[in-house]
Design a protein. Structure first.
Length: 216
């Protein structure tokens, strides 16, 4: 995940007030979100046999879940419940939620700039998280696919991200999703850990895992 006050190379948290005022300009398209798909797991088609896994845009009523999950899974890096709350409130974050049955189970968040900034070539995957009990079931892979598709539809060329240098599960996950390591940023996180910057060219076609349907 990213760090407080950083939105990729574009700015810092001080801009939030201005961005809030420009919130209405942010292009968030419901058309990119498919609802009610069959919930099959990429690759094996059998992880969610009873309840559908849906992907939808996060609304205000989902903030509590997103903040709570972030506080739990990112706590070793810093106060990410508060940091994520600031990103949500900034109006610069586009967030996709994954829902299993009626229960939210994960989210992915990227930054999208207001139109006044001009064309956006790069976005940052600010955070992605899946409920611990639902991990390793293909939820994360589907979330990332949908945010990539959203970014691609906005002519964004690259997606970058920060992840903990010691977060080997996340590193493996992002590698499998097509990200490559770019550099290390020392003491990036509020609690002092180094971050690895990873990047993906999203102009290249997004491979569809065999056996999975399209998410959007
Ligand atoms: C990283 C995270 C989002 C992955 O989500 P997920 O739904 O569990 O991942 P998926 O089931 O889609 O896994 C996709 C691939 O990632 C890799 N992967 C995921 N979890 C893994 C694990 N525990 N060990 C090894 N590889 C793993 C595998 O290659 C997997 O494919 P496979 O199951 O076919 O082998 C999830 O582990 C998480 O929420 N972690 C805590 C928060 C975090 O660290 N976020 C990333 C930094 S922002």
């Amino acid at each position: 995940m990213g760090n407080r006050g950083r939105f990729g190379k574009y700015g810092d948290i001080k801009r939030i007030g201005r961005l809030r005022r420009a919130k209405k300009d942010i292009a968030i398209g419901k058309e990119f979100v498919r609802r009610g798909d069959d919930g099959s797991r990429p690759g094996d088609g059998a992880a969610f046999p009873k309840m559908a896994l849906r992907l939808q845009m996060a609304k205000g009523s989902h903030w509590d879940f997103i903040i709570d999950l972030s506080g739990r899974v990112f706590h070793e890096y810093g106060p990410y419940d508060k940091i994520i709350q600031e990103w949500l409130a900034s109006g610069m974050a586009f967030t996709i939620l994954s829902v299993h049955g009626r229960r939210p189970v994960g989210f992915a968040m990227i930054n999208l700039l207001p139109k006044e900034y001009g064309p956006q070539d790069e976005t940052e995957l600010l955070a992605i998280a899946v409920e611990p009990g639902m991990q390793r079931s293909g939820v994360g892979q589907r979330l990332i696919k949908v945010v990539e598709k959203k970014a691609k539809a906005l002519d964004i060329k690259r997606m970058a991200l920060h992840t903990g240098e010691g977060n080997f599960v996340a590193r493996r996950f992002f590698e499998k999703a097509g990200f490559t390591e770019l550099r290390t940023e020392r003491n990036f996180y509020p609690k002092g850990q180094n971050a690895l910057v990873m990047i993906k060219d999203i102009c290249a076609s997004i491979p569809s895992p065999s056996g999975s349907g399209s998410d959007v």
